[in-house]
Every structure is written in structure tokens, then in C-alpha cells.
Design a protein around this ligand. Structure first.
Ligand code: COA
Length: 260
């Protein structure tokens, strides 16, 4: 299968998916989400692939978020559908994949990019990585599971602060928070991912798939949270703040929120 926005390399017992829109800092547009969906479904079926590594192309970004240009003029209904469809097609798919998925965060992981990394089974980062959920600076909220997975990973208070400030944390801070498991110099990131993948692939794939299921089962009581996130994400699309926030980003100026 050939793709436009992603590349896939398969070696011995692991596969690497690289999101490849470096000019847009690998922002997740609709086509990229669809291609990632298809790639994960195919690779899960491939018994030779024991681990999947997910990363971004270029030196600057893992993924700088959902593609703002694509949703700036969406209605409430379309906004809600965007979140619901994305969660189902990609984010929940990865979280529940029976093949282990490691995010190798090689730069900015913002908004949908951090949400994508958080849906992977665990994360490692290069020392230049920067992570955050800047959605409220655009007049919207995280819509791909970020309001649920960030508190699961770093605790409620830290998640609230990061979401409310729309701030970014360094790779070191992410390590301290437990958001990533290891931080290494950029050039060592993919070798480390492959080393961990090799270790994992010595173990029973069946047992690993059951372990993923069991670990995830402990977090399933947050089902309502994901629904609330989809509703609230959609509601943002009917506000003046949202149209100001997204216009300001696309016009490369600072937003002045009317607060309605
Ligand atoms: N959606 C769409 N396009 C994006 C994008 C996104 N989330 N993030 C970056 N881009 C595009 C920029 O518009 C720019 O395109 P252009 O060259 O055609 O104008 C290109 O990627 C490079 O980004 P730029 O902003 O010039 O790089 P920078 O180094 O000055 O800043 C960031 C890097 C990550 C700080 C900045 O791009 C940014 O804030 N991105 C948005 C992050 C965000 O809010 N994500 C959440 C979305 S819900």
C-alpha cells in the first residue's frame, strides 16, 4: 500500500510509521488520519510485526497538532464529528491495538500531536521535544482524548495547569512528569526505540496483547469523559472565541478573545 502523508518501513520484527508533512510540522489533516488508520490496521494483522514505532519526519516536529486550516470554518456539528471520528478511527484504535506502539517524540508534540503520542502505549523523547495542549489559545479544547489521557498520565493538577495555560513543557519536564519514559539526544531516539522494540519482540505477542487489554481495562471507566470531551469540543465551534482564535493563528497574529 502506498501513502501520501506517511511512510512505513518494516524491518525484522518491528515497523516504523513516519508522519511525513514536514512543511506543516506534520499536522494531522483528514487524509493523514485516514492513512494512519489504514496503516495501523494493516500492521496489526501482520504477524511478523511485533512492535510499531511512530515518529514524525524532519528534525522539528513529531506532530504540531490537528490541521488548524482544515477545521477553522467548521460548525458545531462538524466540530463534534471531527472529534468523534478522529477518536474512533485513530486514537482509540492505537490505544487498544494488540501490537505494542511506541511514540518516538522527535520535536513538537502539540495538541493532536501530544494526543496521538498519549494514545500510544508509551513514549520516549528526543531532548529537543516540546509537549503541550495549546487548544484553549485557539478558543477550543483538546478533542482527541487529551482531557482524559493527560490526567491519567501526569495527574489531574498538572494536566489542568498545562491545559489552562496552553503552555509547553520540555522533554526533561515530561520525563519528570512521567509523560515520557526516556529522554535521549535527538540522534539516539530512533536507535533507542529500536532497542526497546527488540527487547519487546523477544516476549510472547499473545501475552503482550492480553497485558495491553488488562492495563487499558483499568482506565475504561472514563468512557463518559471522552463523550463529554466530544460534546464540549463541538460546542467550541459555535463561539466567537473559536473564530477569533483560529483566524489569529492563520493570520499569524495574537488572538484577542471576546469571551463568548
Ligand atoms: N495546523 C496547520 N498548520 C500548522 C500547524 C497546525 N497545527 N502547526 C504548524 N503549521 C504550519 C504553519 O502554519 C506553517 O505553515 P506555512 O509555512 O505554510 O505558513 C508551518 O507549519 C511551519 O510552522 P511555523 O508556525 O512557521 O513554525 P514555528 O517554528 O514558527 O512555530 C509552532 C512552531 C509549533 C510553535 C507553531 O507552528 C504552532 O504554534 N503551531 C500550532 C500548534 C497548535 O496550536 N496545535 C494545536 C492545534 S489544535
Amino acid at each position: 500500500m502506498s501513502y501520501k502523508n506517511i511512510n512505513i518501513a518494516i524491518e525484522e520484527n518491528w515497523a516504523m510509521i513516519t508522519i511525513d508533512r514536514p512543511n506543516k510540522l506534520n499536522a494531522l489533516n483528514k487524509d493523514t488520519i485516514q492513512e494512519l488508520h489504514e496503516a495501523f490496521v494493516d500492521l496489526e494483522e501482520d504477524e511478523g510485526v511485533k512492535v510499531i514505532i511512530l515518529t514524525g519526519s524532519g528534525e522539528k516536529a513529531f506532530v504540531a497538532g490537528a490541521d488548524i486550516a482544515e477545521f477553522a470554518d467548521f460548525s458545531i456539528k462538524k466540530g463534534k464529528k471531527l472529534a468523534a471520528k478522529g477518536q474512533e478511527l485513530l486514537f482509540n484504535l492505537i490505544e487498544n491495538l494488540s501490537t505494542p506502539v511506541i511514540a518516538a517524540v522527535n520535536g513538537f508534540a502539540l495538541g493532536g500531536g501530544l494526543e496521538l503520542a498519549m494514545s500510544c502505549h508509551f513514549r520516549i523523547a528526543g531532548d529537543n521535544a516540546k509537549m503541550g495542549l495549546p487548544e484553549v489559545s485557539l478558543g477550543v479544547i483538546p478533542g482527541y482524548g487529551g482531557t482524559q489521557r493527560l490526567p491519567q498520565l501526569i495527574g489531574k493538577g498538572r494536566a489542568m495547569e498545562l491545559i489552562m495555560t496552553a503552555g509547553m513543557i520540555s522533554a526533561e519536564k515530561a520525563l519528570e512528569y512521567g509523560l515520557v519514559n526516556h529522554v535521549v539526544p535527538g540522534g539516539e531516539l530512533l536507535p533507542l526505540a529500536k532497542k526497546i522494540a527488540d527487547k519487546i519482540s523477544n516476549n510472547s505477542p499473545v501475552a503482550i496483547s492480553y497485558a495491553i487489554k488488562a492495563v487499558n481495562a483499568g482506565f475504561k471507566n472514563t468512557g463518559n469523559g471522552y463523550e463529554t470531551e466530544i460534546e464540549a469540543f463541538g460546542a467550541c465551534f459555535g463561539t466567537d472565541d473559536f473564530s477569533e482564535g483560529t483566524s489569529a493563528f492563520l493570520e499569524k497574529r495574537k488572538a484577542k478573545f471576546p469571551g463568548s
